[in-house]
Write a protein that binds this ligand. Structure first.
Ligand SMILES: C[S@@+](CC[C@H](N)C(=O)[O-])C[C@H]1O[C@@H](n2cnc3c(N)ncnc32)[C@H](O)[C@@H]1O
Ligand code: SF4
Length: 364
C-alpha cells in the first residue's frame, strides 16, 4: 500500500537560470483546470493507496496556486490522509505574505520549505531569483509565527563566483533565522539551463569540498543533525516525506511530469501540461512512460539512497553490493563500518559518498 503522495504544482513567474525542473511560465490562467485535473488523477489512483502518512506539494512554485486552491486540493485528498500526516509545501518568498502563510497553515499544511538559495544580493541576481534578501528573512519569520510544525529553508552553494566570505555570510544568516530544517544543496549546472548556455562553471572540486565541510561543521555546531547528504534537522524535524524516498518506499506522484514508484514499477506522467490536462479531462488513460525495476536496479537503488542517510543500511533488506570485497577495503580505509548485516558510512566516508558507492557498485 502506498503511504506517500507527491503533487507537482508547476507554475512559476519566470524560470530561474539554473532550474531544469518541469516548470510552466506564463500559464497562470490554467491553475483552476490544472487543479481539476489533479483531483481527477487522485480519484483514479485510489486502488494502491493506503492511508497517507506524508503529502508533498512541490514545484514549480506551489505557493503560486494561492492558499484557496491549496485548501481545495487538501480537502479533496483529506479522506485518504492520516491525522498525523506531514503535509509539506515548497514556497517562494515573493509569493507569500503573513496572511497567506496563516491560510496555508489553516488549510492543513504542517511543514513549509522556503526557497531562499542565498542571502547575498549578487548571488540571487546571478541565479535570477525574484526575491530580495530582506523578503526572504521576513517570510521565514512570518512562517515561524504562522505555527507550522517545521519551517525549512533551501540554500545553494557553489554558485558561480561565490566567494568564501559570501558562504560564511550565508551560514551566519541561516543560523540567525533559527529554522527547524535546512536543505543546503551544491548547485548543479544542468544542460538546457540558462546558466549552462552562458558557459557558467561550478567552482573547483577543492573549493566545493571545503565549502561542504564548512557547512556541515557549522550546522552541526548549532544543533542540526546532518541526517542526509544535503539535509540538516533539529531533532524531530527531519522531513518524513524525503525519508520515505531515501528508504525506497513506494510513492504516488500526481501532476504534470510526476513520477511514481509502486511495486517496482516506475512511471512518469507526460511533461506537457496541455497533454496532461487533456488526458484527465477525457476518459483516456494518462499517457505514462513505465519502467519495471529489475532486482539489480532495486538493489543498487537501495544502496545508493540508503548510504545518503546517517543511519545504518540493512544489507539483508538491500541485498549484497556488486563488489562485497570492497566492504573490507573501505572499512580499512576508515570510510565505512559494518556489523551484523548493517552498513554505514563514517563521517569521512560521508564526505566522499559517491566515491564509496563507485567502489561498491557497478554503477551508482
Ligand atoms: C524544485 S525547487 C522548487 C522550489 C521553489 N520553486 C524555489 O525555487 O525555491 C526545490 C529546490 O531544489 C533546489 N535546486 C533547484 N535546482 C537546482 C540545481 N540545479 N542544483 C541544485 N539544487 C537545485 C533549490 O534549492 C530549490 O529550492
Ligand atoms: S527554481 Fe523554483 S522558482 Fe525557479 S524556476 Fe525552478 S521551480 Fe521555479
Amino acid at each position: 500500500m502506498v503511504r506517500h503522495l507527491y503533487v507537482h504544482l508547476p507554475f512559476c513567474a519566470s524560470r530561474c537560470g539554473y532550474c531544469a525542473f518541469v516548470v510552466e511560465v506564463g500559464s497562470l490562467g490554467l491553475r483552476d483546470v490544472y487543479l481539476d485535473a489533479l483531483c481527477e488523477e487522485f480519484r483514479r489512483e485510489q486502488s494502491d493507496l493506503g492511508l497517507l502518512e506524508t503529502v508533498y506539494l512541490g514545484g514549480g512554485t506551489p505557493t503560486l496556486m494561492r492558499p484557496h486552491r491549496i485548501a481545495r486540493l487538501l480537502d479533496q485528498i483529506a479522506p485518504r490522509v492520516a491525522d498525523s500526516a506531514e503535509i509539506s509545501i515548497e514556497a517562494n518568498p515573493e509569493t507569500v505574505d503573513r496572511a497567506a502563510l496563516r491560510q496555508l497553515r489553516a488549510a492543513g499544511v504542517t511543514r513549509i520549505s522556503i526557497g531562499a538559495q542565498s542571502f547575498q544580493q549578487d548571488l540571487l541576481r546571478s541565479l535570477e531569483r525574484n526575491a530580495q534578501p530582506d523578503q526572504v528573512r521576513d517570510v521565514v519569520a512570518c512562517a515561524q509565527d504562522a505555527g507550522f510544525d517545521s519551517v525549512s529553508v533551501d540554500l545553494l552553494f557553489g554558485v558561480p563566483g561565490q566567494t568564501h566570505e559570501q558562504l560564511v555570510a550565508d551560514m551566519r544568516e541561516v543560523q540567525a533565522l533559527g529554522v527547524d530544517h535546512i536543505s543546503w544543496y551544491e548547485l548543479e549546472i544542468k544542460p538546457e539551463t540558462a546558466l549552462s548556455r552562458m558557459g557558467a562553471q561550478v567552482p573547483d572540486e577543492d573549493w566545493a569540498a571545503d565549502a561542504y565541510e564548512a557547512i556541515v561543521g557549522e550546522l552541526e555546531g548549532h544543533g542540526y543533525r546532518w541526517y542526509e547528504t544535503a539535509n540538516f534537522a533539529r531533532p524531530g524535524h527531519e522531513c518524513r516525506h524525503s525519508l520515505a524516498y531515501w528508504s525506497a518506499r513506494d510513492y504516488l506522484g500526481i501532476g504534470v511530469g510526476a513520477v511514481s514508484t509502486i511495486d517496482h514499477v516506475r512511471s512518469r506522467n507526460p511533461i506537457d501540461l496541455h497533454r496532461y490536462i487533456a488526458a484527465l479531462g477525457s476518459d483516456d488513460a494518462i499517457p505514462r512512460t513505465r519502467e519495471t525495476l529489475d532486482d539489480d536496479m532495486v538493489r543498487r537503488e537501495r544502496w545508493m539512497l540508503g548510504l545518503r542517510l546517517d543511519g545504518p543500511l540493512d544489507a539483508g533488506w538491500a541485498g549484497p553490493p556488486d563488489y562485497p570485497d570492497a566492504l573490507g577495503k573501505l572499512a580499512a580505509a576508515g570510510l565505512l563500518e559494518h556489523a551484523d548485516g548493517q552498513v554505514w558510512l563514517t563521517r569521512r566516508g560521508r564526505f566522499v559518498q559517491n566515491a564509496v558507492l563507485h567502489e561498491l557498485m557497478e554503477y551508482a
